[in-house]
Design a protein around this ligand. Sequence first.
Ligand SMILES: [Zn+2]
Length: 252
Amino acid sequence: MLSDLSWRKAKEKISRAQVALIPVGSTEQHGPHLPLGTDYIIAEAIARKVSEKDEFISTPPVTVGVSKHHRQFFGTLWVSTTRLREYVKEISLSLKYHGIDRLIFVNGHGGNANPLRNCCKEELREKGITGLVYEYWRANQEEIKSIFSESSVGHAGEMETSMVMKIAPDLVQEENIQEAEEGAANRWGLEKFGVETSFDTLDFSSSGAIGKPTKASAQKGKKIFDISCKQLSKLGKWLATTNELAEKPHLD
Ligand SMILES: [Zn+2]
């Protein structure tokens, strides 16, 4: 990870790397059993692992994201979508200055997805930077179905709890997992007449969790962690050399 290196070591690593990985997460409630940093802890661990390869360099994580909808739970921090977009754009521009103009946001938090994608589509493209957004739960859906019993991705549920059990077991409060599940919702949000009618997480989950954290295990966490790293590595190697993402010219 870039922040572990001296500038001389960073120069060497950057001269070999073709793609930068930027982990982005949140500091937000993840039930009574997981740390507030869950999303960036997962994103950072994946990016750190993959960046051991020469082709990649990982930046330190962006640790606060778009999380206002969790604010009734103590400790949750948030920034607006425009602020996040602006912030990651400027990180990307500094990477371009050092010679890396292909990058992947390794996103650990659903609420960051749209601002990150919009930043890639608009701000970064016009600056000559090719950016993609990698989300492990989206990129590995088939594998997730085979590992976990939950049908939806959840929040502080089976999958995220398993991931933290693998990556940072000391931060999981196992004695609170039961309570997390008792107050959990089984899906994200509320709907009436086909319309989303909830605004905050607390509108549908009293513990802050969605899903079944009691089904989590470190073994399941290791499986999805390894698969997620492998898939990101494949994506990154493709991005390093592809011409397929160049902007098409104006029609005649
Ligand atoms: Zn999360």
